[in-house]
Design a protein around this ligand. Structure first.
Ligand code: NAI
Ligand code: AKG
Length: 330
């Protein structure tokens, strides 16, 4: 049901709005109220590059055809300054995606300029409260670049998406245990094959309705299989589809911002790529995935999770990769 008393509209930027992630659910979920609630109208600013404007115009026609009551206003622009003027939430999706045989880090130099430019623009036209999620790969380092160039905004306003890896982990735990509701898995490190999915803190509901620790039902072999699957899932999708994940990425981007904006459930944590405070051995200032809880529009890292020596070493390897990426671009 739609509320009769609507809130003030939010200004939401989606870059790469003609691309597959936007088309395969991000835009429709935003306008359906899945992210900010069914009482929050949205002014959409679609940021694209000139060759994609015509396709974007087609997408806008379709969005109008959906007759979303929450769509207050929609504009396409190729100017970052115009897009980010007064923005409340920015989904930075627009970037060149990898193809078969590439690693996400191969996109580093190619996509860097996009995030330098958008960071500068956010610096001038963003607000103290603007929240940014970087989806475009390599997402962690792009978020770092963007936040560096948007230095007038607080670092805590920037994040990158590891929610897809988080959701993949949840789904794999459910598959291996036959459970229904799985929560409190998490991802540490880079959105790359070095990422570290952690399942030990997870709890799940069995078919009989009992809440148990996932660790009781997972063998070390199944844990290894889960880690391998999650680390390689992006490549697996590309191998099958010839294109990178889009439907699941759109869902994850909405999950990420929804939890950030309206808070995580009591007793539950999720994974977000955020600016490291040095926790879990990741050098301060790098953008790493962490378990976080969100409240009042702010995220905070969950400290003190017990990790094995092997997991600590794996996080160190992923952090080294993040450091190397940062050194390459900054
Ligand atoms: N962090 C994550 O978990 C995931 C990240 N991704 C990444 O998301 C990005 C987008 O993926 P898709 O939508 O599948 O790609 P796509 O190629 O279908 O769409 C990208 C869109 O970005 C636009 N674009 C390029 N440069 C731009 C710029 N400077 N400003 C605004 N728009 C620009 C293009 O015109 C295109 O419409 C890729 O980098 C991909 O690797 C994808 C899935 C998951
Ligand atoms: O793998 C890629 O390069 C794009 C999609 C992605 O990041 C993922 O599916 O995890």
């Amino acid at each position: 049901m739609f509320s009769s008393s609507f809130k003030e509209p939010l200004r939401v930027v989606v870059s790469g709005a003609a691309g597959q992630i936007s088309y395969s659910g991000l835009l429709s979920k935003l306008l359906n109220g899945d992210c900010f609630g069914r009482d929050t109208p949205i002014e959409l600013r679609l940021l694209e590059i000139p060759p994609a404007v015509r396709a974007c115009e087609g997408v806008v026609k379709e969005l109008h055809d959906c007759a979303f009551p929450l769509l207050k206003d929609i504009k396409i622009t190729t100017e970052a300054d115009e897009a980010f003027d007064g923005v409340d939430y920015a989904f930075l999706v627009g970037a060149f995606p990898r193809k078969k045989g590439m690693e996400r880090s191969d996109l580093l130099q190619r996509n860097k300029d996009i995030f330098v430019k958008q960071g500068k623009s956010l610096n001038r036209f963003g607000k103290e409260t603007t929240k940014v999620v970087v989806v475009g790969n390599p997402a962690n380092t792009n978020a770092l670049i963007c936040s560096e160039y948007a230095h007038s905004l607080p670092k805590k306003n920037f994040s990158c998406m590891s929610r897809l890896d988080h959701n993949r982990t949840i789904s794999q735990v459910a598959k291996h245990t036959g459970a229904t509701h799985v929560k409190n898995c998490c991802i540490f490190g880079n959105h790359s094959p070095t990422m570290v999915p952690v399942v030990e803190p997870a709890t799940l509901e069995t078919k009989e309705g009992l809440t148990v620790a996932a660790d009781c039902l997972l063998t070390s072999v199944s844990k290894e299989m889960i880690t391998d699957t999650v680390r390689q899932r992006g490549s697996e999708i590309i191998a099958f589809r010839g294109l990178s994940s889009a439907l699941s990425a759109a869902k994850a981007a909405v999950d990420h911002v929804k939890d950030w904006a309206s808070g995580t459930q009591p007793g539950e944590f999720v994974s977000m790529g955020v600016c490291s405070d040095g926790s879990y051995g990741v050098p301060e200032g790098l953008f790493s995935s962490y378990p976080v809880v969100c409240k009042g529009g702010e995220w905070s890292i969950v400290h003190g999770l017990g990790l094995s020596e092997a997991q600590k070493e794996a996080i160190e390897i992923s952090a080294k990769e993040l450091l190397k990426e940062a050194e390459m671009v900054l």
